[in-house]
Write a protein that binds this ligand. Sequence first.
Ligand code: ZN
Ligand code: FE
Length: 257
Amino acid sequence: MKIITIPCLQDNFAYLLICTKTQQAAVVDPSEATPVISEIERQGVKLTTILNTHHHWDHVDGNQELNAKYADLFIYGHESDRGRIPGQTEFLKCGDEVNFGKQRGTFLHNPGHTSGAVTYVFGKTAFTGDTLFAAGCGRLFEGTPAQMHDSLNVQISGLADDTELYFGHEYTEANLRFALSVESRNAEIQHKLEAVSALCSSGKFSTPTTLAEERLTNPFMRCTSAEILACVKSKEPDHNLEEEEVFRTLRELKNNF
Ligand code: ZN
Ligand code: FE
């Protein structure tokens, strides 16, 4: 499988996945159709499938135009997003497969950012939408801190360490600045911030990251780090330092960063 990152809108990423055995393709989160169509034509592939990670407009707005142009697309989303994802044809429930061309994938249900958020998994490649960002996570619009904590630290965290994680927005630099604000002595974060700043100022993207890197640099996966616990305690002296409560506090600090 070949993966092409397609920048959309201000800071969104769509991804074109090409089955190199069949030249059939799937697109993850087409927020707009035009740049996706250009890439499909450049690659000379046949689009058969849309994979939506969740129902927000900046992840699904290209669905109808793509479906009108290419016809009869399989459009995947979580079963609970029925009525919220334009043109949805596949309603994912626990244990379902996700297929296009000769590629066979699975999904993780990751409530938190939205109730029907999913991560698509093809071998050691995963598409996390707005659940996990490099060094961050999505805002909690429809879920609780406990749900998002579980989505990141149990479900996504259950993938192999060398899994490549492709995320929904280029927020990495700002996320790393927040990460440093709660864990200033973390050298991995310092190094990654330097690398990502250089990358982004030369017009490149910070996607994908890896699960191993996130374990070292993502504060939302580091709720037991001694420095983060000390930081939380300094802001809320009565804090019980229970892991999900630390997660909740970090998310609130990020909202106000
Ligand atoms: Zn979203
Ligand atoms: Fe988004």
